[in-house]
Design a protein around this ligand. Structure first.
Ligand code: ATP
Ligand code: MP5
Length: 269
């Protein structure tokens, strides 16, 4: 059987994050990737210069085309941009019972560009997050979702608990934006147990797309039938390897290397 995963996300013209990172991640995991585009970004390693939304009806039609014919074993959401697109995605996920769903609550790019309208945060939190098998906020997104500042491991655990109360089955608070050794540390909470997932900090500025890659790898592992925590552990290990093989391209933050670990003479970025 061929496993199929779906990403509902934005396009990154520079190829480092968004749909492009998700599809490469699915392919690396030998899972067929389907995609629903929510918007295009004019983007490179330095930042985002323009964002154009797709009409919500175009988003809905892409979902229908995929689920009516192909079907998916797991899905993830990334950049959803605005309230109308979020509401459309929620309707489609519910109507077609798309599950398990990984929600990456993308809000701001690594370079500081806003990727979600201010008035859409509550909509994402109240309508989409409760449908998630796993929601994967980074430091900044966790702060916006639960209203507390994150400085320590204890703060990450507290935030995971607060976000769990919004209704997802599990929360993974990611540490890429945390200080010191916490940069490679993520916190898992499923309502029952906490788990601290640790990886050595990879000393590279080429970290564009880490969050997209992690959530896509979790979805791919779900499609392959992994249990949630097993899916997350394997995905974290993949991101660490991809970071070690990040690409030194452009003048800003280059992308992680999704396939480069496989190539002979793959150099670390
Ligand atoms: N320098 C690093 N060394 C090791 N692991 C890292 C590093 N930076 C990020 N990570 C890991 O990468 C994953 C993604 O976390 P991060 O906090 O960077 O997400 P994000 O900010 O959503 O990413 P994105 O850049 O796609 O928005 C997490 O597992 C995190 O621990
Ligand atoms: C289309 C799109 N989706 C997601 C991100 C977040 O990734 P990052 O924080 O690495 O910029 C992005 N920059 N662009």
């Amino acid at each position: 059987m061929v496993e199929v995963a779906l990403t509902i996300a934005g396009s990154d013209s520079g190829g480092g994050a968004g749909i492009q990172a998700d599809l490469r991640t699915f392919a690396f995991h030998c899972v067929h990737g389907t995609s629903v585009l929510t918007c295009t970004t004019a983007q490179n390693t330095l930042g985002v210069t323009r964002v154009d939304a797709l009409p919500p009806a175009a988003v809905a039609a892409q979902v229908v085309a995929i689920v009516e014919d192909i079907g998916v074993q797991a899905a993830k959401t990334g950049m959803l941009l605005n309230r109308d697109i979020i509401a459309t995605v929620v309707t489609q996920v519910e109507q077609w019972a798309i599950a398990p769903l990984v929600v990456d609550p993308v809000m701001v790019s690594r370079a500081g560009h806003q990727l979600l309208a201010d008035d859409a945060i509550a909509c994402l939190r109240d309508l989409l997050v409760p449908l998630a098998a796993v929601v994967t906020p980074n430091r900044y997104e966790a702060q916006l979702l639960c209203g507390m500042e994150l400085k320590t491991l204890g703060d990450m655990q507290q935030a995971a608990k607060l976000i769990h109360a919004f209704g997802p089955r599990a929360v993974l608070v990611k540490g890429g934006g945390m200080p010191g050794a916490l940069r490679g540390t993520d916190v898992w909470f499923d309502g029952d147990r906490f788990e601290v997932l640790q990886a050595p900090v990879v000393p590279t500025r080429n970290n564009h797309g880490t969050g997209c890659t992690l959530s896509a790898a979790i979805a791919a592992n779900f499609a392959r039938g992994y249990e949630p925590l097993t899916a997350v552990r394997a995905a974290k290990s993949y991101v660490t390897t991809a970071l070690k093989h990040a690409l030194d391209i452009g003048r800003g933050n280059g992308p992680v290397g999704h396939f480069f670990p496989l190539l002979p003479n793959a150099g670390a970025g």
